[in-house]
Design a binder for this molecule. Structure first.
Ligand code: SF4
Length: 627
């Protein structure tokens, strides 16, 4: 074991507060983040799972990160096995190795960390002496197939529900096979890949998944934190003056995900991060984060403010984590109370249609938020294709209200390669950016300075469980040409900076997000070949085009269908058809008894199949039944 690595880890721990080592716990968990400490500690999912696991009396949880460049050199030089941060214990000595993965691009790092731990990467090569390898995080319920052969069990859904069920199932005892079968038979929340045969058609598309044991479900339902109030239900109760119901919803016993370990050296480590809501109601047709966290739910203001009060002695910076900050029915209370506590507020993302004066004022005060918004395209027609229901005129007006407050630099997220896109659509992007730049210069006169328009271009990547899941990614060569064309056009606009993601990276992302079980071979090979994907594709003989560059038929069994996200086929198909006709749809109302997309009927309502009904406390069900 390398002394230098141990010293490096101890230095990190000395700079942190809030980490813990629980002695005598029956189940030891190595919680792995497949990226470096600096990046991982900015991930709220990691903090959440660390706190949840350590809350469970039988469990003790330590963190593990991909070593940074210096540490990696030392690992390679000393041939050390990968160690946990807290007690510098080899990962292979833990009972559970649990990966928290938010982005498919980290799959290579996951394989690499297993290789560094001396744990066989393929689940079939592991035995009873090896830890149980679990994978969770947002990427797990998008499409678990590309890493299915690495994992013993995949957590399908949200940690608040699944952490406890996992530990319960392990605590009941038995060998690894018995534990896995117990988890799979829960019916919702745990996918055990080894308990399914994948049957392929002659053309190599998936025909079906066949459970190998009785009681193992055909499709694995997504588990949700159902105790959190739905955003629309709470908003309506407040608006209609239904005080009793509103108070009831605000006073549930709710877990508030937030920073668990104070780590000032990490990215954004100088602030308290708090999740204020989950999911977004808008239904942008490309957005996996919206659909995969349906229905939008909130953490009540009182829980958020309690966390803020607890941490105020340590920091005056708070980051509100949400895909739709201003949709929170209590956002005014949250902002005004945080400002009274003298917090400098930042937000994780800002939806254009929901920018309020109140929020802008709070962000101006905080002085450390660069405003980033996402028009996605310069074409009103294309914005209807993706169901982002804003016009260019509205976007220019909204940017204007940002500039009028003296925030003269704005970042615009744009996409290239969207379905049905034409050259005219791309040209409209130049017109929109020019108009925003003119509005910025006009506002700048008042402040005696000019700002900058930073345009960030990404290639469109179709994501599982979204209405655009059937569309192919734009051909790599064509995407490259389109990115070049847009970059050239935008760079001619004064006061404008252009940043872009390469077509190659977009295609890599598409392969890891929409591939089937065979993609694990590419990931294992690329991890072994130090990230060289081209060599990995050559070595495995896998043709990426088959997985990403073809439109899929509605009748095709999609590899990620093993996970039942709750979204109905009919809903997704209708949304896909509407996309291709440039027709927009209404947002998710996030209220009780809605059946539009299928998620709530299979989670909250009694007409779902018994295995899919979400466990929800009886008193919550009773109160909501009265609505
Ligand atoms: S069923 Fe209705 S309320 Fe529930 S997630 Fe779908 S659209 Fe939203």
């Amino acid at each position: 074991m390398s002394k230098k690595i141990i010293e490096s880890y101890r230095r990190k721990l000395a700079q942190e507060e809030g980490w813990r080592v629980k002695q005598g716990a029956q189940i030891r968990i190595a919680l792995c983040y497949p990226n470096t400490h600096a990046i991982g500690m900015a991930n709220l999912g990691l903090h959440t799972m660390y706190e949840l696991f350590n809350k469970i009396p039988e469990a003790s949880c330590e963190r593990v990160f991909l070593p940074d460049a210096d540490e990696m050199r030392e690992y390679e030089k000393s041939r050390s096995t990968l160690l946990s941060l807290e007690t510098q214990t080899p990962i292979r000595d833990f009972d559970v190795v649990a990966f928290s993965i938010s982005f498919e691009t980290d799959y290579l790092n996951m394989a690499r960390m297993l290789q560094m731990s001396g744990i066989p990467v393929w689940s079939k090569d592991r035995n009873h002496f090896h830890p149980l390898v679990v994978m969770g995080g947002a990427a797990s319920f998008l499409n678990p197939e590309p890493i299915a052969d690495f994992t013993d069990v995949i957590a399908v859904g949200e940690g608040e529900v699944l952490a406890f069920q996992l530990i319960d199932a392990i605590s009941e005892g038995g060998d690894k096979e018995e534990i896995l079968l117990r988890l799979a038979r829960i019916g919702r929340g745990f996918y055990v890949p080894s308990l399914y045969d994948v049957i392929y058609n002659d053309d190599e598309t998936v025909f079906d998944y066949l459970p190998k044991e009785t009681g193992v479900p055909k499709r694995v339902g997504r588990a949700l934190a159902a105790v959190n109030p739905k955003e629309g239900t709470l908003r309506r109760a407040i608006k209609r003056g239904e005080t009793e119901l509103a108070e009831f919803l605000k006073n549930q016993d709710i877990f508030c995900p937030s920073t668990a370990v104070w780590s000032p050296e990490a990215e954004m480590g100088d602030r308290l991060l708090v999740e204020i809501s989950r999911g977004c109601s808008q239904g942008c047709r490309f957005c996996w984060a919206g659909y995969n966290y349906y229905p939008p739910r909130v953490v009540p203001a009182k829980d958020i403010l309690a966390k803020a009060a607890e941490w105020r002695g340590k920091t005056n910076k708070i980051g509100l984590v949400s895909t739709a900050v201003c949709d929170h029915p209590e956002i005014s209370t949250i902002l005004s109370e945080l400002r009274k506590m003298d917090y400098r507020i930042t937000v994780s993302s800002l939806r254009l249609d929901q920018i309020s004066d109140e929020l802008l004022d709070a962000l101006v005060e905080s002085k450390d938020q660069q405003i980033a918004v996402a028009p996605e395209t310069g074409s009103d027609r294309l914005r209807r294709v993706i169901n982002k229901n804003l016009t260019n005129d509205e976007i220019v007006d909204i940017c204007g209200s940002v500039f009028d407050r003296g925030m003269l630099t704005i970042k615009l997220y744009m996409m290239v390669g969207l379905p049905t896109e034409t050259e005219e659509d791309l040209d409209e992007m130049f017109v929109l950016v020019e108009r925003i730049k003119d509005r910025m210069l006009e506002a700048g006169k008042k402040f005696g300075r000019a700002g900058k328009i930073i345009t960030s271009l990404n290639g469109f990547v179709p994501k599982p469980n979204t209405p655009l899941q059937w569309d192919a990614i734009c051909d790599e060569k064509e995407l490259k040409q389109k990115i070049k064309y847009v970059c050239k056009g935008l760079s001619k606009i004064p006061n404008t900076e252009v940043r872009f993601m390469s077509a190659r990276i977009a295609h890599e992302q598409a392969l890891f997000s929409s591939g089937d079980r065979n993609i694990a071979k590419v990931i294992e090979s690329a991890a072994r070949l130090k990230g060289n994907l081209n060599d990995a594709l050559r070595e495995t003989g896998i043709d990426p085009k088959f997985h990403v560059a073809r439109d899929r038929e509605y009748g095709e069994f999609l590899p990620w269908s093993i996970v039942d996200s709750g979204l109905s086929f009919d809903f997704l198909k209708t949304e896909h058809e509407k996309a291709h006709e440039a027709l927009s749809s209404k947002p998710c109302p996030a209220v009780e008894k809605c059946t539009t997309c299928g998620v709530c009927p299979t989670t909250w309502l009694a007409d779902a199949s018994p295995s899919l009904i979400q466990i929800q406390p009886a008193k919550v069900r009773q109160a909501l039944a009265a609505i």
